[in-house]
Design a protein around this ligand. Structure first.
Ligand code: HEC
Length: 174
């Protein structure tokens, strides 16, 4: 049992050094508290501290990855910025505003003059169709007036979607 715990300890130490300093502190507190208690009680407390640590670590890892994708997508969006605005107060430029794109029908931004090709493409924007489109826009919508070679790198395209889809139709970030 102790063997398992110490190997777990080592693993979490490698993954999250920051969290480990937190653990060491709690462990010290734990020792103080349990000084007058029996040895078994002390072990029990170590185990619960560790389980709590494992939960905290995995939660931090998953939400951290998402924030990273959005941040990387924001950088990639620099390639779109010349023609598209996003966020609060965004206005149509050479291309339409991209707020609330997730679930939006193609060619429906008011006050923007679309090509027939874009308007009639029948696309409802979502992750899969966006990834297909952005790889090669003129292949997905022949006749589009968006002059853009495309983003071939899948990771970059995914990050870009994480960023774009984080904006609701009012340009607020979810
Ligand atoms: C050189 C200007 C330009 C660049 C750069 C550009 N776009 Fe566009 N985009 C347009 C134009 C113009 C349209 C309208 C196309 C039409 O009506 O045929 C458009 C349309 C779109 C649409 C369809 C919107 C709708 O309402 O149906 C999406 C999605 C889109 N662009 C995403 C992007 C993304 C993401 C990038 C960056 C990776 C990007 N565009 C880069 C000019 C551009």
């Amino acid at each position: 049992m102790l063997q398992t715990i110490s190997s777990l300890w080592d693993k979490s130490a490698m993954v999250k050094p920051v969290k480990v300093s937190w653990l060491v502190q709690s462990k010290r507190a734990c020792h103080k508290k349990s000084a007058s208690l029996g040895r078994n009680k002390e072990h029990h407390m170590k185990i619960s501290t560790l389980s709590a640590l494992v939960v905290v670590t995995s939660l931090a890892a998953s939400s951290g990855a998402l924030a990273q994708d959005v941040a990387a997508g924001k950088t990639s969006f620099n390639k779109c910025l010349a023609c598209h605005a996003i966020g609060e107060g965004a206005k149509n430029k050479v291309g339409p505003v991209l707020n609330g794109l997730d679930g939006r029908k193609s060619g429906t931004i008011e006050g923007y003059s679309y090509s027939e090709a874009n308007k009639n493409s029948g696309i409802t924007w979502g992750k899969d169709v966006f990834l297909e489109y952005i790889k090669d826009p003129r292949a997905k919508i022949p006749g589009t007036k968006m002059i853009f070679a495309g983003i071939k790198n899948e990771k970059e395209a995914n990050d870009l979607w994480a960023y774009i889809s984080s904006f609701d139709k009012d340009g607020k970030q979810k």
